[in-house]
Write a protein that binds this ligand. Sequence first.
Ligand code: A2H
Length: 253
Amino acid sequence: EGVGPQEYTLIKMQALELPGPLAALKGKGTVFLLAATLRPETMYGQTNCWALPTGDYGAYESSTGEIYIVAARAARIMSYQDRFPETGKAEPILSVKGQDLLGVPLKAPNCPFDRIHVLPLLTISMEKGTGIVTSVPSDAPDDYAALMDLRNKPKLREKFGVLDEWVLPFEVQPIINIPGYGDKAAELMCQKLKISSQNDTKKLAEAKAEVYLKGFTHGTLIVGPHKGQPVQKVKTVIRDEMIKAAQAILYSE
Ligand code: A2H
């Protein structure tokens, strides 16, 4: 963890259905899960969203009239960044566990799939970002390892009530080419380091550091309207486009 504030882009992922306890939000406004990312330029490779099954989340009415689902800690911080009607006030209109979010179908900006689903990620920290993470398995080793866990372990899917159709149709999408690493750098590094699960913390840290650095310095986008451009050059351009289109908001902590 660095000193000083960390700035994240919060990606607005719209809930297309409100199953189970989320039904209480019907008619209250458009509901979004907000995923904190450092890589807004990678949204072309999203295959799913992550939540911590045991995590505590709340639904909050924003100053735009939309409903945002985030961890309570993030809501408190957002209330001081003028995201809610009253500064310093973050009262949830509904409290839910991450388990209640699993399976929710989402529409995410720049996503190659019309609908993706919320799946369990057991390494989420509720003390960082929003406690919601968007999954880009082509470029994030954590996402790749966790998606492979769910794909390859039917027992794990069963444990969390994850349906096959929320996982199996979603293939890793090539979106960024890094010379020497190909166009699914996270997959390559996970295979090279023989990372066997999302809990392989040490090797994942190594894979992450390498992919993150090389992706930023040498990566080129190979899909979307900025195809052919270096990651370094388009990262903030794409972030700003999403903010302007009301698909994302800035957040710092
Ligand atoms: B990144 P840092 Cl493609 N718990 O987004 C665990 N991980 C979290 C989190 C939390 N509460 N909140 C955010 N994250 C993830 C994309 C991505 C990310 C790519 C490649 C690398 C990467 C897609 N997932 O991060 O601790 C989010 O995943 C590698 C560092 O603030 C977020 O960006 O340094 C990143 O970790 C924030 O990590």
